[in-house]
Design a protein around this ligand. Structure first.
Ligand code: FAD
Length: 472
């Protein structure tokens, strides 16, 4: 009988968990599980309290699921990343562990950490790393020249080809083993922990949400996915970000509901798959271009842009006080719930960079400090897309008009009214330009005047980008 240790990180589930399944292959082996919280590192990256709270809540449900199949979960708190190797060594010695199993994480620091752990444990403990977090591992979907794609659409074609030939099926949860496991409550982490009712913890709520979405909403996804007042996207991102749900589970569920969606590019199912494919693209990019995880833009010349250093402008954007209703409602939604609709993420990111000319990295960082679904690759990809600094990004001269965007995607202001009660009296027609209404009526409103004039700001941004682009 051997003892196997499964180190859980961004894969807080027992179904379709490659490392856990591998560790449980032989019924006679003893399996124990481990999670290591790293509050100091979370502080350094300013992880959102709502995401830390979500991790904690999901660990508590994971502990119960593991106990139900006879696996105890140890939870440790280690202050610095460097201390992880010695903490795992201690656990291995205490429990006489023969082999360590884990699913790989791809950001640079995490890869370095895993190398250090393997070096420290070897040769006493066999280490087994698995690719699990994506449909296919980074650097496995390449151009004819053997390079990572820089453009999304050909990447998606190649991804579809891989899916039709190679994808692994969803793995069932391991069978029950050993005797009963007694559990004691996991002490809360030494980190601010927040929670929100909108996202109940656990694999079951995540799977129910996935099933319901694929059965009831996905066919209308293409039509309604840009309307923030409608609850028409899956809202699975918090679960995917910390691995309570796997992307394979999403893909296979989609196939179960709509077997030939890949042949129907106009379908809602294909449109939803397209979002999962963007997720895949951004994760693959981060590995191919490590500079992306080091605060660097993909397009080098954008480093020369003279950004607006204003603290006040930035703070008004963070607080949802810009005087542009769609921007402010979106920021307040995120500040309050930890989640923001995708169309709104695009609008507020564009507003920060192209209207306020503030460095996209400040917005990227603020998002991570507020989002329950904060994910380095998707967040970096989204920000570099909106800021026109990324690969296959919006061209710099295409600048969203926040008022037009609001009128198009929230025509009657249903979404705006949910978050800006101070605009309650403003008629639909004026909801995107409440100051014009206020002036016309001679009725003051308790809402900030617009922080910039969009037309003027747009020209200043075009000049700033063009100056940076000129050969030096
Ligand atoms: P759905 O529309 O139901 O999509 C299904 C899943 O696909 C999502 O749960 C998510 O995992 C993935 N996905 C969807 N859109 C994208 C996308 N554009 N890029 C990458 N993956 C995508 N997503 C995050 O998960 N974490 C982030 O930190 C994050 N930051 C973003 C920042 C900006 C500036 C922008 C423009 C987008 C960001 N996104 C991020 C992508 C997207 O906005 C969210 O994934 C989506 O809004 C989550 O809602 P949903 O689960 O209902 O998505």
């Amino acid at each position: 009988m051997a003892t196997h240790l499964v180190w859980f990180r961004n894969d807080l589930r027992i179904t379709d968990n490659t490392a856990l399944t591998a560790a449980c292959q032989h019924p006679s082996d003893r399996v124990i599980a481990l999670y290591i919280a790293t509050p100091q590192q979370w502080h350094q990256h300013d992880m959102a309290a709502v995401q830390a709270g979500f991790i904690y809540a999901n660990l508590c449900t994971l502990q119960q699921s593991l106990a139900s199949i006879g696996i105890p979960l140890l939870v440790l708190e280690v202050n610095d990343f460097g201390g992880i190797a010695s903490a795992i060594t201690q656990v291995c010695q205490q429990h006489q562990v023969d082999a360590l199993f884990y699913n790989r994480q791809y950001p640079l620091n995490e890869r370095r950490r895993d190398q250090a752990v393997e070096q420290t444990l070897s040769p006493e403990v066999d280490c087994h790393g698995f690719d699990d977090a994506l449909l296919f591992p980074p650097m496995s979907i390449l151009t004819g020249k053997g390079e990572m794609y820089q453009i999304y659409t050909p990447f998606r074609h190649a991804l579809i080809h891989h899916l039709q030939t190679k994808l692994q099926p969803v793995l069932p949860a391991p069978k029950q083993r050993g005797g009963e496991v007694n559990t004691t409550d996991i002490p809360p982490f030494n980190y601010p922990l927040d929670s929100h009712d909108a996202f109940p913890a656990g694999e079951q709520p995540a799977l129910q949400r996935l099933r319901r979405f694929c059965r009831e909403n996905v066919m209308d996804y293409e039509r309604y996915r840009d309307i923030p007042a409608q609850d028409m996207t899956s809202r699975l991102s918090p679960y995917l970000a910390i691995g309570v749900l796997s992307v394979r589970q999403c893909y296979h569920r989609l196939l179960a509901e709509s077997a030939d969606f890949l042949l129907q590019p106009q379908s809602g199912a294909f449109a939803w798959f397209n979002e999962l494919a963007w997720r895949e693209f951004y994760h693959h990019l981060l590995v191919a271009w490590p500079k992306l995880s080091m605060n660097k833009p993909f397009i080098g010349w954008t480093e020369r842009i003279h950004w607006n250093p204003s603290h006040d402008d930035f703070q008004r954007w963070c607080d949802g006080e810009t005087g542009y209703p769609i921007v402010d409602a979106a920021m307040r939604q995120m500040n309050h719930t930890g989640w923001m609709h995708n169309r709104l993420r695009m609008i507020v990111a564009s507003f920060l960079v192209k209207d306020l000319l503030i460095d996209w990295r400040r917005g990227e960082h603020y998002f991570m400090s507020r989002l329950i679904d904060g994910d380095l690759a998707a967040n970096n990809g989204g920000w570099q897309w909106a800021a026109s600094t990324g690969t296959d990004a919006a061209p710099y001269f295409r600048i969203f008009n926040p008022t037009t965007q609001g009128k198009r995607f929230d025509p009657q202001g249903h979404f705006i009214r949910q978050w800006l009660p101070e605009l309650g009296d403003v008629p639909d027609k004026w909801i995107h330009t409440p100051h014009q209404w206020s002036e016309k009526q001679g009725k003051p409103i308790d809402y900030p005047t617009p922080i910039v004039d969009h037309a003027t700001a747009r020209i200043a941004t075009l000049v700033a980008f063009e100056q940076a682009r000129k050969p030096q």
